[in-house]
Design a protein around this ligand. Structure first.
Ligand code: 13P
Length: 248
């Protein structure tokens, strides 16, 4: 990977007024073309974000997509609906979806498939909990999570983005060390290379308390191709600092 990718995940934050200010500030500060930046926003704001990003290099995406095509699935948003708004990315399998909405590896794999078939790049999130890390299960857990997606989407696996987000590092201020993250990223790259001749082109992002001060050291690791940023993506200055660190 040469060009890094920094994706902000706003989670369930924002308002018409706040999004307007944040996107104006980010768009005004995005100068570098050596890094790709994107934001994943709550679904009700798609039209607003589509409009505000229309002439910007900032790409944008959704935080989830339905595993079903259409029909009686109250509250769900389909891949075709995302495509209607020009959505470029969709997070799938974020640990908060797995934890609070019971998403299984199989559901996550189907969501990735729906996104891919609509021409949307799924950002497939994997990561272990603290208990799993302490029990020495990190490799087993992340490989199992990724294997399900490879199994269902093998033929177009080089079209996905992967995000390694250790659950214990999300929103906690505890970042994985660059070495800890690199170790898992290398493992994921190895797994992808068994499924695709283009595994070196698949972006593997790190997520979990990434901020302006730790981004550069994480992003200097060989297999860390970018970041998936939660809290720090809600402040333009912080997000832009991370984008700048990724543009070095
Ligand atoms: P924080 O950056 O707030 O730890 O969140 C990470 C995350 O979950 C991004 O998807």
């Amino acid at each position: 990977m040469t060009r890094k990718l920094i994706v902000g995940n706003w989670k369930m934050n924002g308002s018409l007024a706040a999004n307007h200010d944040l996107l104006h500030a980010i768009n005004a500060g995005l100068t570098s073309s050596s890094c790709q930046a994107a934001v994943c926003v709550p679904a009700p704001y798609f039209a607003q974000v589509q409009h505000l990003c229309a002439s910007s290099s900032l790409l944008w995406g959704a935080q989830d997509v339905s595993a079903s095509d259409s029909g009686a699935f109250t509250g769900e948003v389909s891949a075709a609906m995302l495509r209607d708004f020009g959505v470029r990315y969709a997070l799938v399998g974020h640990s908060e979806r797995r934890q609070y909405h019971g998403e299984t590896d199989e559901v996550v794999a189907l969501k990735a498939q729906r996104a891919l078939s609509a021409g949307i790049t799924p950002i497939v999130c994997v990561g272990e909990t603290l208990a799993q890390r302490e029990a020495g299960q990190t490799a087993e857990v992340v490989k199992r999570q990724l294997a399900a997606v490879i199994h269902t989407n093998g033929h177009c696996i080089s079209e996905i983005v992967v995000a390694y987000e250790p659950v214990w590092a999300i929103g906690t201020g505890k970042t994985a060390t660059p070495e800890q993250a690199q170790e898992v990223h290398a493992m994921l790259r190895h797994q992808l290379s068994a499924a695709s001749a283009h595994a070196d082109k698949i972006a593997i992002l790190y997520g979990g308390s990434m901020n302006a001060s730790n981004a550069a050291s994480l992003l200097s690791q060989q297999d860390i191709d970018g970041g998936l940023v939660g809290g720090a993506s809600l402040k333009a200055a912080d997000f832009l600092s991370i984008v700048a660190a990724a543009s070095q």
